[in-house]
Design a protein around this ligand. Structure first.
Ligand SMILES: Cc1ncc(COP(=O)(O)O)c(C=O)c1O
Length: 406
């Protein structure tokens, strides 16, 4: 889609606004499938935490995607979007046995990531097919907050605890049908994936009834022009070959699963915000927009870089700006960024706003969450309305007037 389409959408639906390009989501899905076309049984489970709008879930369901979920509410949204329960994978961390039991009753594939719950679940439900999340202890990921496979991580069952794990499985006679790992996000080096895969293959040999191996995700996407990204095609070539060889060794054709979030939706997303104020100070020029980290928290949370363009004046002379939000704390989207000349009222476009942007939005400062639009077949479809004051008040219960008056 083009910048002028985005400007029109901002005019039509107001700002701030999230826009997603359906074609980009589809092409990323197809690209991953193609890269692993040498694997007979491939399954892509979209990690819906990245962007959980039901319309996006429907779009991916129609592409043939399954779903990776981390909470019972995500499972409910997936079912609501029309996914069959057996297309949904549930990979929680630190949730109660009760929640896992509830999700199990919905017919969804359970993935367990600690020995305590594994033993309790296996004792109660020995016949339920279960997947186990292994922690391979590989340090990988774009920054500490999104590196989850290392030695200090709370995720997964340590691969060094394999003997204990196997003992629990034998004692409870539970049915382990898959093993899983996910070592982090924004992993560039394909050798990291291949190295961690070897650990998973090794662990897999301890289980006789496997049906699938789930390699998680963590593919790095480009964040700006000419940025580096995970070489999916090269990874596809190398990992497919190794996976097929492992299946021969194991004596069974297993399903290879990936659960990408960012790879499928990050580049498809655009966040549009209007410049309220251009403020010269002694040290910089601030462009203050009609949004803040309540709508897009990644720069403040992880120091993430979102490429920012002035789509109202794309050919203007470039100047340096600090782009800031309206939240009453430090609220910086970008420092000292080269952007074409900004005037008050211009629309700025933040790239890579598909993954972990709207899904992390909040009502902090009692601001409304923005609308979301899906751009499909050359036109915009509203897939979430802008919030209103009623939404802010929906679950609030004011004190009775009599108490108020005392
Ligand atoms: C278990 C699991 N799977 C998949 C993902 C998706 O990762 P990404 O968005 O990097 O593809 C995550 C992200 O946090 C995750 O925790």
């Amino acid at each position: 889609m083009q910048s002028k389409d985005l400007v029109h959408l901002a005019e039509q639906y107001g700002s701030p606004l999230y826009v997603y390009d359906a074609e980009k989501i589809k092409s990323q899905y197809n690209r991953l499938s193609k890269a692993f076309s040498k694997v007979n049984k491939l399954r892509i489970n979209y990690a819906m935490k990245a962007l959980s709008n039901v319309a996006i879930l429907q779009l991916l369901r129609e592409m043939g995607s399954g779903l990776d979920t981390v909470s019972i509410q995500e499972v409910m949204l997936g079912l609501h979007a029309g996914y069959e329960p057996d297309k949904i994978f549930y990979t929680p961390n630190g949730v109660s046995l009760e929640e896992i039991e509830e999700v199990n009753a919905m017919g969804v594939q359970i993935n367990i990531d600690n020995l305590s719950i594994l033993e309790q679940f296996g004792t109660k439900y020995p016949n339920v097919p279960v997947c186990i999340r292994i922690n391979p202890h590989v340090m990988a990921g774009g920054n500490a907050n999104i590196s989850v496979g290392h030695i200090d991580s709370k995720f997964g069952i340590s691969v060094h605890q394999l003997p204990h794990l196997v003992r629990i499985v034998e004692n409870t006679k539970m049915n382990i049908v898959g093993i899983h790992m996910h070592t982090g996000s924004d992993i560039l080096d394909i050798e990291v994936f291949l190295y961690a895969a070897e650990i998973l293959f090794d662990a897999a040999k301890s289980f006789k009834n496997l049906e699938f191996l789930d390699f998680g995700s963590g593919f790095k996407v480009p964040y700006k022009k000419d940025d580096i990204e995970t070489d999916i095609e090269e990874l596809g070539k190398k990992l497919s070959k190794r996976f097929n060889a492992f299946c021969t060794e194991y004596g069974k054709e297993l399903t290879l699963i990936f659960e990408p979030g960012k790879f499928l939706v990050s580049e498809a997303g655009f966040f549009l915000a209007k410049v309220n104020v251009v403020k010269q100070t002694t040290s910089t020029v601030f462009a203050g927009i009609d949004s803040g980290f309540n709508h897009l928290i990644r720069p403040m949370l992880y120091g993430s870089q979102h490429h920012i363009e002035n789509i109202s004046n794309p050919k203007g002379k470039e100047r340096f700006y600090s782009v800031v939000g309206y939240i009453c704390e430090t609220d910086t989207f970008a420092n000292n960024r080269r952007i074409s000349e900004i005037k008050e009222g211009d629309i700025l476009c933040f790239r890579n706003a598909g993954a972990y942007c709207f899904s992390m939005a909040s009502n902090y400062n009692s601001r409304y969450k923005p609308a979301e639009v899906l751009w499909m077949n050359g036109e915009g479809h509203l897939i979430r309305a802008h919030e209103t004051f009623e939404d802010l008040m929906k679950n609030q219960i004011p004190l009775p007037t009599a108490i108020n008056a005392e």
